[in-house]
Design a protein around this ligand. Structure first.
Ligand SMILES: NC(=O)c1ccc[n+]([C@@H]2O[C@H](COP(=O)([O-])OP(=O)(O)OC[C@H]3O[C@@H](n4cnc5c(N)ncnc54)[C@H](OP(=O)(O)O)[C@@H]3O)[C@@H](O)[C@H]2O)c1
Length: 360
């Protein structure tokens, strides 16, 4: 299988809704990702895949993103431009703040080494902690800026993973459609192969797809157009997620995006397999519903997980970008980085707020 998932003609990809500066920054982020994956960047002790010198700086509005072997891609502001009229300067500052937020959010998802791994999960939840209503409706808990963010995460990942219940409830395509970028390989966790083969991910051929189930007699090779992959199960019949992750890494799928639902994300978190958790909180109250995170209780406050996090504004939603790598920020706030709020900047769009990519 092509580990990179599938590409599609960029002309077919919607770019409406992005400011020109944000669209250019997104292109630079995609190029940065491509260079890391292709092994075209100097890393300590490694031989380059090509003889031609790689670009180590990519231009974005207000500066560059610059590669160093030790830190990977980092945003570097340009020298101050000559003074401009006040209204132009304000517009430019707005655009650059939007670009900076994009870089702050996405560059940490491009680890410096070609072979580095990263597993990130995302959930969009209500104020009272639910990711869907009692009858499973989740479209849409969060607003368009967060939905676009999901598509960015798909574009940056090698593989997107979801639990069987999400495919049963939503019949999602799990492709990158709202921003330019490749489709990731799709990985569906369906231990008992209970999903009908008619689901879109098994039929549309939009990207390579894996159906992951427990090993057993009579396991078919395919499920619709998907390849069936078996992994070991625990004594309780759950798929061994560490074995699954190892199998995906073996296939060259190193940047993993766990897109839901709550049970699947919770199991990855409980198993210590996540590096980052994105929790988007929407101003919505469902009263009851499908739980987001659901973990064993920690009766002692001092033992609760208190991850270091950054906070981004996405339209009306708030995104918590949490570092949950095993050992990071567990316990009291001692040792945990305090939440860093990237403040909202006011914009006047004459009443028609282009919400997409309104990330601060
Ligand atoms: N707001 C959001 O961000 C968001 C995102 C995605 C989905 N959703 C919504 O969330 C709901 C689904 O979430 P959910 O928490 O109910 O379920 P889910 O996580 O989508 O799927 C859970 C199922 O996946 C399988 N699975 C996952 N990990 C496994 C493991 N380690 N071993 C074995 N099987 C494993 C199991 O299938 P079996 O039951 O066959 O054992 C399990 O019951 C839907 O309503 C969907 O619309 C919301």
């Amino acid at each position: 299988m092509n580990p990179a998932g599938s590409s599609k003609p960029q002309a077919q990809v919607a770019t409406a809704g992005l400011s020109p500066e944000a669209a250019r920054a997104w292109s630079a982020i995609l190029e940065a990702r491509r260079l890391v994956r292709a092994g075209h960047l100097p890393v300590p002790g490694a031989t380059l895949a090509s003889d031609s010198p790689p670009p180590t700086a990519l231009a974005v509005s207000g500066g560059f993103i610059v590669w160093t072997a030790s830190a990977g891609w980092e945003p570097i502001p340009a020298a101050q431009p000559a003074a401009e009229p006040a209204n132009q300067a304000e517009a430019q500052a707005e655009a650059q703040a939007e670009v900076r937020a994009l870089l702050e959010l996405y560059l940490p998802l491009l680890p410096p080494q070609r072979t580095a791994t990263l597993t990130l999960a995302h959930l969009g939840q209500s104020l009272d902690g639910f990711i869907a209503t009692t009858r499973g409706e989740s479209r849409y808990i969060t607003g368009p800026a967060n939905i676009r963010h999901l598509h960015c995460l798909r574009a940056l990942a090698d593989a997107v993973l979801v639990g069987a219940e999400t495919v049963a409830a939503d019949d999602p395509r799990l492709t990158t459609r709202l921003v330019p970028g490749d489709n990731p390989v799709r990985v569906i966790l369906d231990p008992r192969r209970r999903l009908p083969q008619e689901r879109q991910v098994f039929q549309d051929g939009a990207a390579p797809t894996l159906l992951v189930c427990a090993a057993g007699p009579g396991t078919p090779r395919n499920w619709g157009q998907a390849e069936v992959v078996t992994v070991a199960a625990t004594a309780e019949g759950r798929l061994r997620l560490d074995a699954l992750v190892a199998e995906l890494h073996r296939r060259g799928l190193r940047r993993l995006f766990v897109e839901g639902g709550g049970l699947t994300v919770s199991r990855f978190l409980a198993a210590g397999l996540l590096d980052r958790l994105h929790l988007a909180v929407a101003p919505l109250v469902t009263g009851e519903g499908r739980r987001g995170l659901s973990l064993p209780a920690s009766p002692a406050l001092a033992e609760c997980m208190r991850p270091g996090c950054r906070v981004f504004r996405m339209g009306a939603d708030i995104l918590f970008d949490c570092e949950v790598r095993a050992g990071a920020g567990v316990g009291t706030s001692a040792g945990a980085e305090p939440a860093r709020v990237i403040p909202e900047r006011r914009r006047d769009h004459g009443g028609a707020t282009p919400d997409l990519f309104r990330i601060y």
